[in-house]
Design a protein around this ligand. Structure first.
Ligand code: 13P
Length: 266
């Protein structure tokens, strides 16, 4: 059974006190709540990862980094390596976010390199892909998404499908309030899963969690999660409010229980 991941990408938001307050509120609200296959993940800024790990220790909330260096160690001012993240015991790291692609010229080859570095350190990469509005309008969505998948996963060995997470984030839906419709998102998620099936195996395709990102909020999460190939969300703005994040984790749990009921035929 695939994990349903509710991941908050805080981007460049929240300082030390806000990070601590958020984690205290979320840890306390979710204490004792049976989460089943739901995994809540939060990605704060680098300086506050250790504080987030301290505050979430012993809870179900996992912490992710937002980026990692291409390089292993040495004279790379401002960079943070996969080994450093591993020394914190971080389980996840986002790579290939469209903001990194746009503002830092991140290429699929860079993402592939980072992905291999993270895997080598036992950190699960959350690999972001997605088309721009111009590409969607030019009917290039499928070609763009498949090219990104191919580039990011070139020579990447996957056996179980749980080694990585893919996040489909259409660039036109990020921070715009304009979410992809569940049908639009499902179509691309199904495309990604069938590509994984063809290029890896049925096992990999079945176990792979594919998250949707782009203006996800408590109001639209349930409909997105009802789609067969949407296994959670990578959430920016709406993950900044503890209250909304808690609500989204609970919505995911309810959606999961409902799907379980339908599948067992009750
Ligand atoms: P928003 O949820 O603010 O649209 O951001 C999505 C995103 O970029 C998550 O990585």
């Amino acid at each position: 059974m695939r994990k349903i991941i509710i991941a908050g990408n805080w981007k460049m938001n929240k300082g030390l006190d806000e990070t601590r307050d958020f984690f205290q509120e979320v840890v306390s609200a979710l204490r004792g709540v049976e989460l089943g296959s739901i995994v809540p993940v939060v990605a704060p800024a680098y300086p506050f990862l250790a504080e987030a790990l301290r505050e979430s220790f012993g809870s179900d909330i996992l912490v992710s980094a937002q980026e990692v260096s291409l390089n292993s160690d040495g004279a790379y001012t401002g960079e943070v390596s996969a080994a450093m993240l591993k020394s914190l015991n971080l389980p996840y790291c986002i790579i290939g976010h469209s903001e990194r692609r746009q503002y830092h010229n991140e290429s699929d080859a860079n993402v592939q390199h980072k992905l291999l570095k993270l895997l080598a350190h036992g950190i699960t990469p959350i690999v972001c892909i997605g088309e721009t509005l111009a590409q969607r309008d030019a009917n290039q969505t499928e070609a763009v998404v498949l090219a990104q998948l191919k580039g990011c996963l070139q020579d990447v060995p996957l056996k179980t499908g749980t080694e990585i997470i893919i996040a489909y984030e259409p660039v036109w839906a990020i921070g715009t309030g304009r979410t992809a419709t569940p049908e639009q998102a499902q179509e691309v998620h199904a495309l990604i899963r069938s590509w994984m099936m063809e290029n890896y195996s049925g096992v990999v395709a079945t176990n792979l969690s594919i998250l949707y990102g782009g203006s996800v909020k408590p109001d639209n999460l349930a409909l997105l999660l009802a789609c067969e190939d949407i296994d959670g969300g990578l959430i920016g703005g709406a993950s900044l409010k503890a209250e909304d994040f808690i609500e989204m984790v609970k919505i995911a749990r309810e959606a999961d229980l409902l799907i379980g009921l339908c599948q067992s035929g009750d």
